[in-house]
Ligand binder design. Structure first.
Ligand SMILES: *Cc1c(COP(=O)(O)O)cnc(C)c1O
Length: 371
């Protein structure tokens, strides 16, 4: 039996490097509630990412839910159907109405010209996703938000460490949300964060993630328990020591795929744009009509060879039962998202992925072209 190759797999530093953190925890008996590792990780991440303030969370979904509360978002929120389902779920958890608009075929991100058409008097915010870590058209989105008085919250779950024109992509919008789930480029087993521009907003978010406690006897809001524990924070500090190596290992794999797949007729790659420093978190390809097999046939072919390529994102969020009744979920209004969702396939990419597997994937794709 050969081993199944997942689409992603975490970089695990040597176990013995984690032991000193555990010893410190046993010594201090601080397990959660903003302990020393939590404090260190917030500062270390803000520094590494090049942002001003950062609030750690137990996961990215709670960070999204809390970000919407922190900015007191109401009514309708314009968002993308082409994302992980947690993006829209965070709206339902806040009693907000998602308004789906179509995406741009080059970036897979919200198409700014569609955003403007979807604005109504009830719209209070835009919730875009930097899909696969590719930055949204942040300038145009901010321009629209300024014109109409809307907040912008970026779901930046894919965007750890991504820079554009020398500056962090996380510095755009009112808030940005990160996920440190085990499947992401930087992980704390489970975890997440809100990136925010000022200390006052950070303070409010810190209350909201801790039941609304402002001090021992004062509760200022019906806050959630969104705190990251000390064990997750300690693992994050350890990961951070290895992140640059992990990113360069991913870059090597990205280049190996590009060199081989770029030549195959009917398959399309997403080009890297100038001024962009990516994190190589995903390797998406489009299986177009010109290819010998359908996307689902390629997916099955990979599975037969124990390679678990993934259809991120298929189905669209707007196709799930809790969303499909919304007027904006009409597939006729989302033609680009629908097409990309039917052609997309994300290939395995992670630091320890052996070159032979990359070559096997490329060989299978090459054979499929001839069918
Ligand atoms: C992973 C992910 C989330 C959810 O993050 P969790 O940490 O798993 O809760 C939200 N949005 C997007 C786009 C994601 O990829």
């Amino acid at each position: 039996m050969s081993k199944v190759i997942p689409v992603t797999s975490p970089l695990l530093p040597p176990l013995e490097e984690f032991i000193p953190y555990l010893e410190q925890m046993w010594e201090s008996r601080r397990l959660t509630n903003g302990g020393p590792f939590h404090e260190q990780l917030e500062l270390a991440l803000a520094d590494y990412l090049g942002v001003d303030h950062l609030c750690l969370f137990a996961n990215g979904t709670l960070a999204l839910v809390t970000a919407l509360q922190a900015l007191r978002i109401t009514g309708e929120v314009i968002t993308t159907p082409y994302s992980f389902v947690a993006t829209a779920h965070s709206l339902l958890w806040n009693d907000l109405t998602p308004v789906f608009v179509d995406i741009d075929p080059v970036t897979c991100n919200l198409d700014p010209s569609s955003i403007e058409k979807a604005i109504t008097p009830k719209t209070s915010a835009i919730l875009p996703v930097h899909c696969y870590g590719t930055p949204c058209d942040v300038e145009r989105i901010q321009g629209i938000a300024d014109n109409y008085g809307l907040k912008v919250i970026y779901d930046a779950a894919h965007t750890f460490g991504v820079r554009h024109n020398g500056s962090s992509v996380l510095r755009h919008g009112d808030l940005s949300i990160l996920s440190f789930h085990a499947t992401k480029v930087f992980n704390t087993f489970e975890g997440g964060a809100i990136v925010c521009p000022d200390a006052k907003t950070k303070k409010r978010i810190d209350y909201l993630k801790n039941f609304g406690f402002a001090d021992e006897v004062t509760v200022v809001a019906p806050g959630i328990n969104g705190k990251m524990s000390e064990i997750n924070a300690a693992f994050g500090l350890l990961q951070l020591r290895h992140i640059d190596r992990a990113l360069s290992m991913r870059q090597r794999i990205d280049q190996r795929y590009r060199a081989a797949i770029g030549r195959i007729a009917g398959l399309e790659l997403f080009e890297q744009r100038s001024g962009h420093e990516p994190n190589y978190s995903y390797f998406p390809i489009l299986v177009t009509e010109r290819y010998g097999l359908s996307r689902d046939q390629v997916y099955e072919l990979m599975r037969q060879h124990d390679i678990l390529a993934r259809r991120y994102f298929y189905p669209l969020i707007s196709e799930f039962p809790m969303y499909r009744g919304l007027p904006s979920a009409d597939l006729g209004k989302l033609p680009v998202a629908k097409r990309i969702s039917s052609q997309i396939l994300c290939l395995p990419i992670y630091p320890d992925l052996p070159d032979e597997i990359v070559d096997t994937v490329c060989r299978l794709l090459d054979q499929g072209a001839a069918k």
